[in-house]
Design a protein around this ligand. Sequence first.
Ligand SMILES: NC(=O)c1ccc[n+]([C@@H]2O[C@H](COP(=O)([O-])OP(=O)(O)OC[C@H]3O[C@@H](n4cnc5c(N)ncnc54)[C@H](O)[C@@H]3O)[C@@H](O)[C@H]2O)c1
Length: 679
Amino acid sequence: MSAIKKIGVIGAGNMGSGIAQKIIQEGIPVVMVDIKEAFVQKGVDTIKNMLAQGVERKIFTGQQVEEIVGRLTATTDMNQLADADLVIEAVFEDKAVKTEVFKKLDAICEPKTILATNTSSYYVKDFTNAISRPDRFVGYHYFYHPAKNRLLEIIPHDGTSEETMEKAVLAAKLHAKTAIVVKDAPGFAVNRFFVPFLNEAVRLLEEGVADIATIEEAAKRGFKIGMGPFELMNVTGVPIALHAATTLGNELGSFYAPAQMLKAQVDKKENWSLEGEVAESRVQPVIDRLYGVCLGVAAALVDEGVASIEDTDRGAKIGLRWIQGPFEIMNQIGIATTCDLVEAIAAKYPDFKTPRLLIQQKGKGAPFAFQFVDLEVKEGIAYITINRPEAMNALNEATVEQLDARFAEAQADPQAKAIVLQGAGKAFVAGADIRYFVKNIKAGRIDDIVAFTRRGHELLLKIENASKPTIALLDGLSLGGGSELALACQAIVATPAGSLGFPETGIGIYPGLGGMLRLALQVGPDLAKYYVFTGDTISATSADSLGLLARMIKPAEVDQAIRDLVNQGVPDKNRSRELPAAAQALAHLCAGDNAKGLLTGQQPQADDADLAAKTVKKIGYKAPLALKVANEIIDRQVGQPIAAAVEIELARLNEIFATADALEGLTSLGRKRPEYKGK
Ligand SMILES: NC(=O)c1ccc[n+]([C@@H]2O[C@H](COP(=O)([O-])OP(=O)(O)OC[C@H]3O[C@@H](n4cnc5c(N)ncnc54)[C@H](O)[C@@H]3O)[C@@H](O)[C@H]2O)c1
């Protein structure tokens, strides 16, 4: 597959400038085109302002911003897009304007160029007659603000080729989007249930069921969201909600058509007034109606094959930043209750039918089961994808169980001669699910944590000892359990975005899935201690220099590199090796008695005193007990067979999870710096 070296963006407005910004931020050159110099300049200024805010918030340095802006060419000349690999159209939502743009692009661009539309209300297929390359045409539906919101709906039409889809998915990954593939249907996936949610709120007002303040409160409680539907419309534009509801209504019938009051509000050219008292007695009836509509529509779109239940939830959680997706809400309130609420909507609106999916699920008497781990065999290689990008693919019980099942299927599949493990979205796997630990500690069920960890170890040992080569594709961040999973694979193939890291001692525990052991087997116990004590990130470049990687490659070379590795055979990951000088210096800090000294804040003798001082400082922030136990475990694991070394690790879990520091560390994560008491 050819690389994505240049992307075009047509339109330098709200969406176009944001899309261009994100792509240049992620390292790919962009040519952004608008019709007039002044519009081009406005787009460039918007990007520069956004990046300047990024510098203020310490997301970027001035130097980085210079490099980012250096990747942008802004022009009125469409001819500069001739050799682009992908061109994304984000002009006015006007069919004639868009059609004209695609005709021009089709004439200008080389055959390799894929054309994409960011339309929100037309079918993707509506533009294919204008071009000679319908096989290289796709929908790319972004969410505002496209430089910040990670969701991207990728929409093939019937004639989009498989190769185009592969390239479209790759391009999405390369600019750090979490893509969901959605059918070419009105509203695609997210707007299909989100717009009726807004519209139903207006109908509730219109019917006098409740006032705006009450509806806002009910929506916030029911959907666990920070802004209710009226405030959301105020922020994103009331006319946009009307336009979206009108389009859905035209395509799908009167149930989706805009409420009269929505039209009236747009005519008034005013935002909604949010003032008022919440009428407590009206809250539940409002929640019920909003649930009935939103959950009913979510089930309908899945029934129609527009998206899977998992992608629909993902769309809500990533695109709309909801804490729960519609199907998770259904599971929470119960499928029977959901069915009742949706049936009430079907009784009220004759052109809305209760989706079969719900009736069937009610018949099963069980909640929806989500698939978090996917398996696909492609050209003789099994790709297992941990697909929970909304949680950075964190390992919870369901994910580990499904990973185990998919792994067994891949092992048993005669078509698969190797097994690749990868993560969906930007991360590989961001460790174990912290909420799972907290929940069980609070419930006094540490034994469950130990049993879960034991099952994890069994799976990792199967992966390590598999008869087929097992390869971790580390093309994003990994932490804790994720790094341990990668190290358990027989080989790691990484892109520059890949990384490993063991932050556990910073949250009151120690790496419990063989990470200390497997790192020590490769780079020696001293350097393993350094990384476990400090939690320092091991970048792909460092990992490569330490011999932890079988291949370090560019994202576009992944498939080929994996095929080559499988054909040539994976090298012995535990071969002996010479560490580079910089790594030897780090290892020295934790060698012999230095390690014990470090744990009590003593600075070891070292050639680089500054490095030693920094290391002491970093370790000073970690949980003392976790450090002590990790140090002891690494010492005791030296020279032990793997099975025995694993038992040494498991044996200390009860002790560590029972500490006050573990609870403090795990519950502080992402909120505040933990305060450790050493107990
Ligand atoms: N705003 C959102 O939240 C959102 C979300 C998803 C998709 N979309 C879609 O994205 C598209 C753009 O929306 P926007 O909000 O950025 O609009 P906008 O009005 O801010 O920007 C559109 C830009 O396109 C330029 N343009 C118009 N015709 C052109 C042409 N022939 N060649 C080059 N440039 C041209 C305009 O000068 C303008 O700068 C629309 O299709 C919209 O439906 C918007």
